[in-house]
Design a protein around this ligand. Sequence first.
Ligand SMILES: Cc1cc2nc3c(=O)[nH]c(=O)nc-3n(C[C@H](O)[C@H](O)[C@H](O)COP(=O)(O)OP(=O)(O)OC[C@H]3O[C@@H](n4cnc5c(N)ncnc54)[C@H](O)[C@@H]3O)c2cc1C
Length: 340
Amino acid sequence: MFDLNLNLNVGGSAEPAAEQMPASPRPDIENVIIIGSGPAGWAAAIYTGRAELRPLLITGNELGGQIALTTEVENYPGFEQIQGPELVANMQKQAERFGTEVLVDYVTEVDVNGPPFTVTTASGRVFRAKALIVATGASPRRLGVPDEERLTGRGVSYCATCDGFFFRGKRVAVIGGGDSALQEGLFLTRFAERVWIIHRRDQLRAGATLQRRATESPKIEFIWNTVVERINGETKVESITLRNVVTGKVTTMPIDGVFVYIGHLPNNQLFMGKLAMDEQGYLITDKLMRTSVPGIFAAGEIQDHRFKQAATSVGQGVAAAMEVEKYLADLEDRAYPGRK
Ligand SMILES: Cc1cc2nc3c(=O)[nH]c(=O)nc-3n(C[C@H](O)[C@H](O)[C@H](O)COP(=O)(O)OP(=O)(O)OC[C@H]3O[C@@H](n4cnc5c(N)ncnc54)[C@H](O)[C@@H]3O)c2cc1C
C-alpha cells in the first residue's frame, strides 16, 4: 500500500515525484485508470476497488479536488458537519482499503485509440488500461487578485450553496454579472444582511427573469463598472479594494464574504479533439457515464455543470465504476467467447 498522506497535505499541491510511485507491481495492462482525486474519482475508486479491479488512481496536482479547498461541509449526507479535506481523506482511506493504488502524478497525455488506452504522466510513466474513468473536474475561474488564494475558505468562496449558510447576518459581495452570479446572489439573501453584486460592466449578462428578481430584491444592491483590485484581511476577509473602470476611482469596502462567479472551467485539456464536448467544453456523457469513446467513462464536474456538488459527483463516480465493471466483463466475454 502506498501511503499518500505521508507525503502530502490533502488540499495542497501534489508535486509529481518519481519516488512516489506505486510500490506493488502493476499489471502490464491495467483494468481501469481513474484520473483525478476529487469526490468523483475516490467514489469510482471505492467501487472499482471493491469489485476487485485493482484500480490505479492518478491524483493530479490538487489532491482531494475542489472540496478540499473548503472548510465546513454541511450538506454531504451522513455528516452533519465535516471539513472538506477530512471528507476526501476519508474517501481516500476507504478507496485504499479496497485495493486502490494511488499515484501522485499528473496526466499529461491520453491516447484514446484503444482499448488499451495509453496514459502518460508528468513524471514520464506510461500506463495502458482497458478502461478509463475521467474525473478531472473543473476549476472555478479566479479573480487573480492579491490574497484571493490565501483567503479562500476564509471568506472567499466560489460556492454559495456550500458556504452561504456561514454568512448569516453578514455583508457579502458577489462578483459577476451572469446567471450564476445573480442566482447565487439571490440565494445569499436568505442568509446575508446585505448582498452587493459587483459587475465590471453597466449591464448584466443574466437572463431577464433573474435580472428582475435581483433588482426587486430589497437586500441586493448593484455596483456597476467596477472590478475588484484586491481582497484584504489577516485571517479572514475584512474588506475589498474596488476600482471604477470608468472614473478610475479606487475605494475600500468593508465586507465579510466575497463570492466569485466569473465562470467555471472544465479541466478538459487532455481530451481536446479526442472526446466529444459541449459548447462550454464539458465532456458529453450518456446516462451510463459513457463518453464518445467506448471504454472511456467520465464522472463529476468534468461532465456536469449543472449540479456541481460533492454528493452528485460521488453518485456519478459510483455509476461510472459500475458501468466499467460491466464493460470489462463484456470485454472479457468477447476475448474468451463461450467461457463460463
Ligand atoms: C470552495 C468550494 C467549496 C465547496 N463546498 C461544497 C460543499 O460544501 N458541498 C458540496 O457538495 N460541494 C461543494 N463544492 C463543490 C464540490 O467541491 C465539487 O462539486 C466536487 O469537488 C467535484 O468533484 P469532482 O471529483 O468532479 O472534481 P474536482 O473536485 O474538481 O477534482 C478534480 C480532480 O482532478 C484532478 N485532475 C485535474 N486534471 C488532472 C490531470 N491532468 N491529471 C490527473 N488529475 C487531474 C485534480 O487534481 C483533482 O484532484 C465546493 C467547491 C468549492 C470550490
